[in-house]
Design a binder for this molecule. Sequence first.
Ligand code: NAD
Length: 300
Amino acid sequence: MSAKIIDGKAFAATVRERVAVHVARLKADHSITPGLAVVLVGEDPASQVYVRSKGKMTVEVGMNSYEHKLDADTSEADLLALIQQLNNDEDVHGILVQLPLPNHLNEDLVINAIDPAKDVDGFCLSNVGKLATGQKSMVPCTPLGCLMMLRDHHGSLSGLNAVVIGRSNIVGKPMAALLLGDSCTVTIAHSRTKDLPDVVRGADIVVAAVGRPEMVPGDWIKKGATVIDVGINRIDAPERGEGKTRLVGDVDFGSASEVAGAITPVPGGVGPMTIACLLANTVTACSRANGLIEPDDLTV
Ligand code: NAD
């Protein structure tokens, strides 16, 4: 293996330490404790795990965590009323509605009901528009974590060719906007892209956010390129015993790490950075809400 492993788990721990320092300062100097409200509708097991670990880490960095667990059949009116209540609550600086929502709830409507200043996921139209036009916004957590790792590895990204595979609203598009903001030459590839291997071969930076296990092999990767693997896919792992599974990314780590200059592993790459950036966004939102200078080591 030749690639440097970009250790997202370790990086995320340093981001959480920075968050904790800023939280302690907000408490000591301004008597303010940042608060993050997480709203979970229904009993999706994966969502329950995410919400639990978000709550735990929120408390670990010294912030207040408010969890709102609603029944799967909660009406849209009741959910919107809760969001309004959280929008008006001065102790709540960040609001996250765990997605996906049950089918009877309109996700767009719900997300856009969140006060943009408290929209720590950065998904509402106002924040999407601000990111696209280069204004200060709340930046979606997963792409924010990817950009932090890229900046840490490269320093300047200016002039590099970046290919983002995937055009989702939560990863691909905001990732492309951030890379463009850092003066990369950006290509967004997707399921209809022609000659995807050749497109990827031209990239100094590859961000894979597709959701297809090990889709990107090493022979698509330019020698020395940096590979950020956002994908989280669970596959069967009979070698570990009957019925066992394991997590893999969208990149074939074995072959890609032979040619890449640097690569994020799955697990332990992008995943841990996402929650760390959620905490960072909450501190940023809290600082802005109180007219304080926002920490420049927690955002981009
Ligand atoms: P999505 O399903 O919304 O989007 C997938 C994108 O991949 C689409 O834009 C589609 O055009 C593209 N695509 C599909 N098949 C393709 C193909 N054969 N070639 C090229 N492009 C193709 O998914 P998403 O929400 O953006 O998530 C992508 C992956 O990232 C998933 O595995 C998800 O679990 C993971 N994810 C991880 C984190 C994290 O914290 N690490 C956060 C969000 C998503």
